[in-house]
Design a protein around this ligand. Structure first.
Ligand code: PHE
Length: 439
């Protein structure tokens, strides 16, 4: 794929499906509930929603505007728009973040594959919560088994990315995302009708504002960036495949709403069950993997539902990881002039090596998770809005949106947010969370 003959998305639904495919993933179903559980429930949810709508959507738009305007990968885009200036370093940080996120994310992607298998062989049927917890512990503390599934997950990514944008990424996202949604709604009903489920609903929706502190806010900010796939170049790269006719504001709003809805839905599946089965809401990264098997293990048809659910979760994870891989592959092919297949194998190979390190050293896993979500992505987002405000400037930004026939009534609001609110909010949350203003 070269710049004059770039691949692109074929339809409006395709764009939204692919961007939503990137956004919706383990971030919504694995990471959001576990962070919410650790950060006091409803208070975290509210903080998250405020940041997602006020800061997340405008940043997603800004990033897509940059990508579409430049028609290039994330590093090439900044070089093209501001030649000879250091802005391309935002892109460098983004490509770096893609490697780091992929290295821990694909381990969790591998867990979903292991759980398809465990569901299929009936490993959860009629087990006690303690037994299910022990299974998770044994599996995740091992080395070869998680390694095997991670490598398999990585290979699936390579297969899809080698297919290119239209035939690979777009085709898969369009069919499978809606299916995941339907299954989540079904499971939510199942979970909400468990005895004792209402305590979970309370935990999720009745806020205790005393729980909000600088860590809760930083975790929420990081999760907004992580979940919406913003601040590191995915939306710029996908934006570069979007036709000039597409209304980027509308696309961003749709993608963000879908993303948020799935996170809330997932929580409505998980927390009622957490309380119904007497599990710990703050048990961390294992939360989904110890909660859902309890539901499946005690319902009729649980084996079938377990297999379908973890398969869809694996697919949701895949539509996210292919966007991470695509950020790197677009850079390798366009800037470093590599062939697409060489670029794909090289990127995935390097990611696999990093991932092995994360399996071996679990501190690296959580370290990369914190570094990317809570630091690199918000920093990237901060510079992205500063870039639009200071370098693209108002007239060019307006034009990029107007050309698609966009309603411009809300433009002044968008501009105010990216000029003042977003940068100040990110800088503040960020410095506060890192302890700059004391705890
Ligand atoms: N947004 C994805 C998820 O929620 C993860 C991701 C982060 C993907 C950053 C791409 C870039 O699972």
């Amino acid at each position: 794929m070269n710049i004059s003959n770039r691949d692109s998305f074929s339809s409006k639904f395709g764009v939204i499906a692919a961007a939503a495919g990137s956004a919706v993933g383990l971030g919504n179903i694995w990471r959001f509930p576990y962070l919410l559980g650790q950060n006091g429930g409803a208070a975290f949810l509210i903080t998250y929603l405020v940041i997602a709508f006020l800061v997340g959507i405008p940043i997603m738009m800004s990033e897509m505007i940059i990508g579409r305007k430049a028609q290039r990968n994330v590093i090439g885009a900044f070089k093209h728009l501001t030649p000879g200036k250091p802005w391309f370093l935002i892109g460098v940080m983004g490509v770096g973040a893609a490697f780091l996120i992929m290295s821990f994310y694909s381990i969790v992607g591998g867990w979903t594959l292991e759980y398809i298998y465990s569901s299929a062989v009936g490993a959860f049927t009629n087990r006690t919560p303690a037994e299910i917890q022990a299974q998770y512990q044994t599996y995740t503390s091992g080395f070869w088994r998680p390694l095997f599934w991670m490598v398999l997950f990585m290979l699936l990514n390579v297969l899809i990315v080698l297919g290119g944008v239209k035939d690979g990424i777009e085709k898969y996202s369009k069919i499978l995302m809606p299916l995941l949604f339907v299954l989540l709604v079904f499971l939510m009903i199942r979970s909400l009708t468990l005895p004792g489920a209402m305590a979970g609903v309370d935990f999720l929706f009745r806020p205790d504002f005393t729980k909000i502190n600088s860590k809760v806010i930083l975790d929420a900010l990081g999760q907004v960036f992580f979940s919406m796939s913003i601040g590191m170049g995915v939306m710029a790269t996908y934006g570069s495949y979007v036709s000039k006719k597409e209304k980027l504001g509308t696309t961003s709003v749709w993608v963000s709403m879908t993303d948020t809805t799935v996170a809330v839905l997932a929580s409505l599946v998980i927390f009622p069950a957490v309380f119904a089965f007497g599990l710990q809401p703050d048990s961390g990264p294992g939360l989904v993997f110890v909660t859902l098997p309890n539901i499946f293990g005690h319902m009729s048809g649980g084996i079938v539902f377990g297999v379908i659910f973890f398969s869809l979760l694996a697919i949701a994870a895949l539509t996210s990881t292919i966007s991470l891989l695509e950020v790197v592959v677009a850079y390798f092919t366009e800037e470093l002039k590599m062939k697409r297949n060489i670029a794909t194998w090289l990127a995935a190979g390097t990611m696999t090596l990093l991932s092995i390190l994360c399996i071996k050293f679990s501190a690296l896993f959580s370290g990369f998770e914190f570094l990317t979500a809570n630091i690199m992505l918000p920093l990237g987002g901060l510079f992205i809005v500063l870039f639009v405000v200071w370098q693209l400037k108002k007239i060019a930004t307006r034009k990029e949106l107007e050309e698609s026939g966009h309603q411009m009534k809300l433009f002044p609001v968008f501009w105010l947010i990216i000029k003042y609110l977003a940068p100040v909010a990110i800088a503040f949350v960020f410095l506060n969370g890192l302890g700059f203003f004391g705890q």
